[in-house]
Design a binder for this molecule. Structure first.
Ligand SMILES: Nc1ncnc2c1ncn2[C@@H]1O[C@H](COP(=O)(O)OP(=O)(O)O)[C@@H](O)[C@H]1O
Ligand SMILES: [Mg+2]
Length: 550
């Protein structure tokens, strides 16, 4: 059976892609050339479909213009408003971004603190559509890979704030009406041009609100698993005050009517509510465990404009301000405070959390450092402070990044992506592999259920590569990810590989399965957990020489 090995790929560059080896797949690109990174390039190279594409045409934008046209000395290319030195007082700020630099979390600061978290994001064209003469000032390349609060410092964020400021000053009604827009509405800047002339459109998200369900519509199908009395109390979205948007699905909020000045987490989604509802169900049904996120404090509802439905749009969780292992592991390794005792304690707590989930008859499909939060522990009986405890979060059961997937799920994921994203004439062989090696994947009824945009109450969520496994295989796939997580814990790394799609504040300075700090016995254990993964086979020099690094 031929199955493409994708794990050998490592995306190493940050702002550009270096083609270190001639590849016939990239037309118009000379070997050893630098390419600007963009959403479309990431989509071309970041998936197993790359192996089957016709040659990829990458437009070399530098060919389009003469050097004076692109020169930053040319007055027409100055984009002052994109400069970090720009000191204009603007009525908007950017908290982060998603979708490879095409969606930004823009906050109208003049409306704070009385702004509910309505998840109204700003959308801009992808990087290849930014005028070439603006790209340097906008730092378009970086915008494709950065996601967290560092995005606020990019030229493109300054630019967006200028556009929005100019536009919202010209239309004072907009800010007044913003609070009445449907949840997840979109502000679109369709063209990057001078901020004074950039058009801005508002698209109310009536479709999203149509897919939101009322509490009753969730309680009825869940009645055998969750008694209505064990539901958390409801809170109306207009009682929430947005403090910051720290992640695509995570807002920091206040609920002054109930929690005065305590910061809380509002988890929601502006795209696919079915995953949110599944996570809510998992959190409400999973028995409590000290290292697993407890059930939400509140369920958040919003009254929809059409039909007057009081729809569930998210839930409230306690805020763990110490952050996740994604920052804690590398930063403590750097400053020498990641002791073996702490590492062992954390390894045991993560294992206990996974055992707990498994013994509840379900699985955890998204194990990685960013899904494990630090929670301050109580002092011991002598009042000595003890190192933080860990809490496993994120129960959408949607699957993991390829680098974390076990062979049990990885090849299924590859085949599913290939079959669903390329035309059938190119994928007959792979469709055959999918149906012969994974027969359950062909079950039409289950496909309809998994593909539906509407929430359909699937027992174990929507991740086809996990739900087709029997419990013992799920356990084995979990052990695989646990091995990689233990590697991160004992090596003090935030991820097992560099990943351009998931650029981190602390990038790994070592890649799995190389070892530097892990004690010998634990190396053996990590090997036993992960030995069936292709990375071990890629260790040999001959295999490494075949790796095309991007
Ligand atoms: N309760 C919380 N306290 C503090 N930070 C949180 C909390 N929940 C989530 N986060 C932060 O938000 C990120 C995304 O949350 P997560 O639930 O994993 O969402 P997603 O399903 O979108 O990955 C986490 O990696 C973490 O940094
Ligand atoms: Mg997560």
């Amino acid at each position: 059976m031929y199955i493409p090995h994708w794990e050998c790929w490592s995306l190493e560059a940050y702002s550009s892609i270096y083609i270190a080896q001639s590849s016939s797949r990239f037309s118009k690109i000379s070997p050893d050339s630098i390419m600007d990174i963009s959403l479309s390039i990431i989509h071309e190279i970041g998936f197993p479909t790359l192996a089957l594409h016709l040659p990829i045409t990458v437009v070399d934008i530098s060919e389009k213009l003469s050097s004076w046209d692109t020169s930053v000395l040319n007055p027409k290319n100055r984009v002052d408003c994109a400069e970090p030195t720009c000191t204009s007082k603007l009525g908007w700020r950017i908290d982060g971004s998603a979708d490879e630099g095409t969606r930004f979390f823009a906050i109208p600061t003049t409306l704070l603190p009385n702004l509910p978290p309505l998840r109204i994001d700003v959308f801009i064209p992808e990087q290849t559509e930014h005028p070439p003469e603006f790209r340097d000032a906008l730092q378009s390349n970086f915008s494709a890979v950065l996601k967290d609060s560092r995005v606020a410092n990019l030229g493109v964020s300054h630019y967006i704030c200028h556009v929005l400021d100019h536009w919202s000053r010209g239309d004072p009604n907009f800010l007044r009406s913003l609070r009445t827009l449907p949840f997840g509405s979109k502000i679109i800047i369709p063209k990057i041009t001078s901020p004074k002339y950039s058009p801005v459109h508002v698209i109310p998200a009536h479709d999203l609100e149509r897919n939101l369900l009322s509490v009753r519509a969730l309680q009825v199908p869940w009645k055998d698993d969750i008694l209505p009395v064990s539901w958390p109390p409801m809170v109306d979205i207009y009682e929430l005050q947005l403090h910051a948007q720290i992640h695509d699905s995570i807002s920091l909020v206040y609920i002054p009517s109930r929690h005065r000045d305590e910061i809380l987490i509002f988890k929601s989604t502006a795209t696919e509510p079915r995953f949110l509802y599944h996570e809510l169900k998992v959190l409400l049904t999973l028995p409590p465990h000290p290292n697993v996120l407890s059930k939400p404090l509140y369920v958040v509802a919003k009254r929809c404009a059409f039909g007057g439905k009081n729809a569930v749009c998210g839930f409230i969780l306690p805020y763990y301000s110490a952050g996740s292992l994604k920052e804690a592991l590398p930063s403590r390794a750097l400053n020498g405070t990641l002791t073996l005792n702490t590492q062992l304690k954390w390894a045991c707590q993560i294992t206990a959390a996974l055992l707990h989930v498994h013994s509840a008859g379900t699985f955890y499909a998204d194990l990685k450092p960013e899904n494990i939060l630090l929670s301050p522990s109580l002092p011991d009986e002598d009042y000595n402070s003890i190192d933080d405890d860990l809490i496993l979060i994120d129960f959408e059961q949607r699957g993991n990044w390829f680098a974390w997937s076990a062979p049990e799920t990885l090849y299924h994921e590859y085949l599913e992506i290939i079959v669903s994203s390329l035309p059938p004439e190119k994928t007959a062989k792979f469709a055959h592999l999918l149906s012969s090696y994974f027969p359950a994947a062909d079950d039409v009824r289950s496909r309809v259920e998994l593909d539906s945009k509407k929430y359909t109450n699937p027992q174990h969520g929507y991740c086809a590569s996990w739900i087709r496994l029997i419990l013992a295989q799920q356990e084995s796939a979990t052990v695989h990810a646990l091995g990689k997580l233990l590697w991160c814990v004992f090596e003090g790394q935030a991820n097992v590989q560099h990943s351009i799609r998931n650029s981190l504040r602390y990038e790994p300075d070592l890649e799995f399965p190389a070892f530097r700090r892990t004690p010998e016995k634990l190396r053996e254990l990590i090997y036993l957990c992960t030995r069936d993964t292709a990375e071990w086979r890629c260790q040999t020099r001959e295999r490494r020489s075949k790796i095309l690094r991007i």
